[in-house]
Ligand binder design. Structure first.
Ligand code: LIP
Length: 268
């Protein structure tokens, strides 16, 4: 496959995420028309999710007709051969927050090439913040360079946690208990993508979730790594694109603490 023009694709991804964000904001102006549906326990989808993903699919097909897409709502492009560049998108990450008119949601657009994520954009239209990165090019927030936190002390750290009922709640309770037992603070924002974006720009020292989907983290993994943070090898092993995995990410100086404290809660 010819080398992927990451600079061109990064510009495309930022623009496409902004347009999808405008579409989601337009839908939010008519709360009664969101068409909220329940997908599972504490898991919802709205007409805005579906419309935003369809818009992203249409734009990718027009500009990169040889690419494929894995999206939260409409799944994997049929016949993807594993070789073509794969856009991995969550059209609205933090849908429960979006449906409740809370400002913690975003458009997450990642690009997966040769078995790894190489580009990521996370755009929050409510705060007008766009985190972006491409492999080897560093990470930015609204165009300005960002770095993960330099903190090394759990007692001065805050870890963002995610949870879904795809895993036993005992894992979530244990992660909270273990962090508090070490005087380490925690938050739960309800958006895995924003959780990773805030590790990349130093607002949090870590992000952990026992199970999360590829579309929630593909963009954020690139942004964290390019900002000098660490992540687990989320995509190692077979079928992680469809099955998902645990995610553990954080500031470089907190890696040992986080792996010792939470590592055994990352089911295989
Ligand atoms: C959400 C994730 C979050 C997880 C939620 C939900 P969605 O994605 O970003 O980390 O804890 O259960 O999966 O469904 O809002 O796109």
């Amino acid at each position: 496959m010819s080398p992927v023009d990451l600079d061109h694709r990064l510009r495309f991804a930022v623009d496409a995420a902004h347009r999808a964000g405008e579409l989601a904001l337009e839908h939010a102006r008519n709360p009664e028309g969101l068409g909220i549906q329940v997908k599972g326990v504490q898991d919802v989808v709205t007409l805005a999710d579906r419309a935003a993903e369809q818009a992203l699919r249409t734009e990718v097909a027009a500009v990169y007709p040889g690419d494929s897409m894995l999206g939260e709502e409409d799944g994997l492009t049929p016949g993807w051969d594993g070789a073509a560049p794969l856009w991995i998108v969550d059209p609205i990450d933090g849908t429960a927050n979006y449906a409740r008119r809370l400002p913690l949601w975003c458009i997450s657009v990642g690009l997966f090439v040769d078995g790894e994520p190489v580009l990521g954009v996370i755009h929050n239209p409510m705060t007008n913040e766009t985190h972006a990165a491409a492999r080897g090019r560093g990470a930015t927030l609204n165009g300005m360079p960002i770095r993960a936190s330099a903190e090394t002390s759990p007692q001065r750290s805050r870890i963002n946690l995610g949870f879904s009922y795809r895993r036993p709640q005992a894992l979530h309770v244990a992660s909270i208990d273990r962090l508090l037992a070490r005087q380490c603070e925690y938050s739960r924002l309800g958006s895995g993508a924003l959780g990773l974006a805030y590790v990349a720009d130093g607002r949090f020292e870590g992000y952990f979730e026992p199970h999360i989907n590829a579309w929630d983290v593909a963009a954020g993994i690139v942004i964290v790594r390019e900002a000098g943070g660490f992540t687990n090898d989320f995509f190692a092993g077979d079928a992680r694109l469809e099955r998902g995995n645990a995610i553990l990410a954080g500031a470089p100086g907190m890696r040992g603490f986080l792996e010792r404290t939470l590592g055994d809660l990352m089911e295989g």
